[in-house]
Ligand binder design. Structure first.
Ligand code: AMP
Length: 127
């Protein structure tokens, strides 16, 4: 797969990047709740709970099933930051982290993201 950043024109670059890369680049707006050099957290546009935030790595990893050994620290860091965001958003009664992978997993955006859901009692098992 071609690295989108190696596209020859700006137009090609914009066409080839995912929605979440565009949010990272501030090309489309998002309600950002946390950002540092490695990760970005923003509110889901179609919330499934009173608090629904997506935590994403800035590095382009399409899905967790395609993560590499070299991503080990970043994946752990993503979970650490998810916990911090949960504390920041006062989810002391509990929360759920979800990572959808592939078609049957319900993934719709091919840029690894961790859903943080909270603010209500969540049922189990999920649908
Ligand atoms: P998934 O279905 O696991 O791939 O999750 C993708 C999530 O991205 C869904 O929950 C969408 O509601 C959310 N989403 C799509 N577009 C946007 C956007 N522009 N800003 C924030 N969240 C979005």
């Amino acid at each position: 797969m071609q690295d989108p950043r190696s596209s020859s024109t700006l137009e090609e670059h914009i066409m080839s990047t995912t929605l979440f890369e565009k949010i990272i680049a501030r090309e489309i707006p998002a309600d950002i709740v946390f950002e540092d050099d490695s990760v970005l957290a923003f509110r889901d546009i179609n919330p499934q709970a009173p608090t629904h935030v997506l935590i994403i790595p800035k590095k382009v990893i399409p899905r967790v099933g395609e993560a590499q050994e070299e991503d080990q620290l970043l994946l752990g860091y993503l979970l650490l930051k998810a916990g911090e965001v949960a504390r920041k958003l006062n989810l002391e009664n509990g929360f759920r982290l979800v990572i959808n992978n592939g078609r049957d997993g319900g993934e719709t955006v091919p840029h690894l993201h961790c859903h943080l859901l909270g603010g209500r009692s969540l049922e189990w098992p999920p649908g």
